[in-house]
Design a protein around this ligand. Structure first.
Ligand code: P6P
Length: 339
């Protein structure tokens, strides 16, 4: 009998979710495989300078970003872990131009896995938290050949989403549509143990997360909203605000999930070709699923992120997510301004 105060392992949690009808055996296997891959990534990340995996890989990705050695390693770990289990039809990654099919040597499954294998990797060389973000979609039934268009499903079609933050502790945060739950890696046992069940984001907050260096490029609704936060008690909001910016989405979102806040990466005039910096399918959508399941909100400034119909694998989107009342206010400013 498990003592009342002993946290249950991820494996048992997933068995109970399956028994409750929230997931099936294939999705349970998928989540366990991703968790196991994240343990391997955590091990590599935590070696730091001793592991010979810091610094640039000398390659670039489709985003036009220089890849870190750990970006490439993390991507390979996730691909290899997921290719043989028979639960996936294919994978898509921030680090790969096109999606990856399951090798013909292995059976195909019913799910699509999309991920940013190491989000915030520019922080690795300065020893700041980074993370893995993942999203799970159903693969359409009865298709002859997997194509990119099969990945282009709105966020509301996700059946699971999560992230693993490699910080002072390694934590896996997961939703399968029945709340948000957090698991802390017990390194001695090598198990993720349930340390927070049904996490909730406070509807109000005094903390915002944004890269202020872009301020001069923002459109008027953003200028208005942030000016009011900075005015604090002296302005219309009547309270002072604090600012945090980790520059790892996983780190900022985990803080918001834990104590509230609003995370913003808006479109701006700095790069008129890009509607924002963050990618819809494997950053904004999974984080939005988690945030909404925790009672928060997530919009593009104009519409619910999980309602956006994707048109490309690596498309970007503006992101406003976190404490519901703040997200709704800044979204109102954008809709009122019509721009
Ligand atoms: P900036 C990391 O590169 C990332 O994609 C997110 O994790 C993070 O929130 C954002 O970009 C940081 O962007 O412009 O502050 O470097």
């Amino acid at each position: 009998m498990t003592p009342a105060n002993k946290p249950i392992a991820l494996t048992r949690f997933l068995i109970e979710e399956q028994r409750a009808g929230h997931i099936n055996a294939d999705l349970r296997l998928l989540i366990e495989v991703v968790a196991r891959a994240c343990k391997s990534i955590s091990h590599a990340v935590n070696k730091g300078a001793l592991g010979g995996v810091l610094g640039d890989a000398g390659t670039g990705n489709i985003q036009g970003e220089a890849q870190k050695k750990l970006d490439v390693l993390s991507n390979e770990i996730l691909l290899e872990a997921n290719e043989w289990g028979g639960h996936l039809a294919g994978c898509a990654s921030e680090e790969m131009d096109d999606f990856s099919k399951i090798p013909n040597a292995y059976p195909k499954g019913h799910y699509l896995l999309l991920f940013d294998p190491l989000d915030g990797s520019s922080n690795i060389d300065v020893n700041i938290s980074v993370g893995t973000i993942f999203s799970v979609l159903r693969c359409p039934e009865g298709i002859d050949e997997l194509e990119t268009r099969h990945f282009l499903q709105s966020g509301s079609q996700q059946v699971a989403a999560g992230y693993t933050v490699y910080g002072p502790s390694t934590m896996l945060v997961l939703t399968v549509g029945s709340g948000v739950h957090a698991f802390t890696l017990d390194r001695e046992m090598g198990s993720f143990l349930l340390t927070a069940r049904d996490m909730k984001i406070p509807a109000d907050t005094k903390e915002f997360a944004i890269n202020m260096s872009n301020q001069r490029h923002w459109y008027p609704p953003m200028q208005k909203y942030i000016d009011e936060l900075l005015a604090g008690k002296t302005g219309p909001r009547g309270k002072d605000f604090n600012m945090r910016w980790v520059a790892s989405m996983v780190g900022d979102v985990h803080r918001i999930l834990t104590r509230g806040g609003i995370f913003i990466y808006p479109r701006d005039k700095k790069d008129l070709d890009k509607p924002g910096k963050l990618r819809l399918l494997y950053e904004a959508n999974p984080m939005s699923f988690i945030v909404e399941q925790a009672g928060g909100a997530s919009t593009t400034g104009y519409e619910r992120i999980m309602d956006v119909q994707p048109s490309a694998l690596h498309q970007r989107v503006p992101v406003f997510l976190g404490s519901k009342n703040e997200v709704e206010l800044v979204t109102k400013y954008h809709l009122d301004a019509g721009q």
